[in-house]
Write a protein that binds this ligand. Sequence first.
Ligand code: URA
Length: 239
Amino acid sequence: MEDKMRLQKYLALCGVASRRSAEKLITDGRVGVNGTIIRELGTKVGPCDKVTFDGKPVSYTENKIYIALNKPTGVLSSASDDRGRKTVVDLVKDDFDERLYPVGRLDYDTEGLIFLTNDGDFTYAVTHPKHNIDKTYEAVIRGILTEEQIVALCRGVDIDGFITSPAKLDVIEEREGRSVIQIVIHEGKNRQVRRMFEAVGHKVVKLKRVSIGRVKLGNLKVGRWRELTEREIKGLRGN
Ligand code: URA
């Protein structure tokens, strides 16, 4: 590692976030250096500086880790929580000496595939909208979709002024006033899938992410993790 580098670059190397998102963490006052909250993006740090994110120490390691976790509902997908709720990091921290950070987000009440890593470049590759990585969800919704609603969801719907990109949709099951729908999107607006179904008048009662790019949740049990393979990591990086 270089001697001194910009704080946002250091945070990305440690895996806290991609470099761009790290800038926001800094300006939001969530990053400390040697006991002082730093909001200036130009700040440089070196190996002797003590950097914290949300009050927790951040450290650099060459040993990069990439895991897939099946997040249970009722667990936060952030690195920490000031209200003491369980996070995805809590679910894996006893298994690693390195501190890991979630890649992107899933709602508190959503289950399914989420990655954790200590490599901010990987986080950038997976989360930046320009990389268009497909995410597949299985949604249980109230009611049955009409043909028009299916077409609308596939073409794009208006969620609070944002028109969603074309989505792929498969009806898996329709039974007892509920439907199971598989939907593939590549954007990641807040609560996007729930809001897309709401836009056509259906409530999502259960949501699970079943794949990210070519990486599938498969039979990974809820609350369990596995390491990503070299091939999966390369595929997600786009090479
Ligand atoms: N869309 C949602 O509505 N929730 C998630 O957690 C992910 C995508």
